[in-house]
Ligand binder design. Structure first.
Ligand SMILES: [Cu+2]
Length: 124
């Protein structure tokens, strides 16, 4: 009768450590973007994509792109990719050369909100 008990508690411990460890770091942080954070690109991109470290809640995840004067230059059609729940997409208006600011607010599937911003440049 002793061995099944030891097995049970060993298994319980393994399950708890497996379940607990990822949860501690389970927020949706920006993993990478296209255009890349801080990059200079040419030609102008027609779409911005943000790839996060965790799947997103589509209803509460958004991104906006602004030009140097603060005018919004994205088309407002933010979607989470149907094939990749961690990928946020938005279409961009034709962008002249200049600096653009990306501002994102997302909620991961574990309900934790994160936000951030960065810039990229379109070369002449
Ligand atoms: Cu989280």
């Amino acid at each position: 009768m002793r061995n099944p008990s030891v097995l049970f508690y060993t298994t319980l411990l393994l399950v708890l450590s497996w379940a607990g460890a990822p949860r501690a770091v389970a927020h949706a942080f920006l993993d990478h973007a296209a255009p890349r954070v801080g990059s200079t690109v040419t030609p102008a991109p027609s779409e911005l994509t943000l790839s996060f470290t965790q799947n997103l809640e589509p209803a509460f995840s958004t991104v906006e792109v602004f030009d140097e004067k603060g005018a919004k230059v994205d088309k407002g059609d933010v979607t989470v990719d149907p094939n990749d729940g961690a990928l946020l997409r938005v279409s961009l208006n034709p962008l002249p050369h200049g600096t653009y600011k990306v501002v994102w607010h997302v909620v991961s599937v574990d309900t934790h909100p994160t936000e951030g911003d960065f810039t990229f440049q379109v070369a002449p």
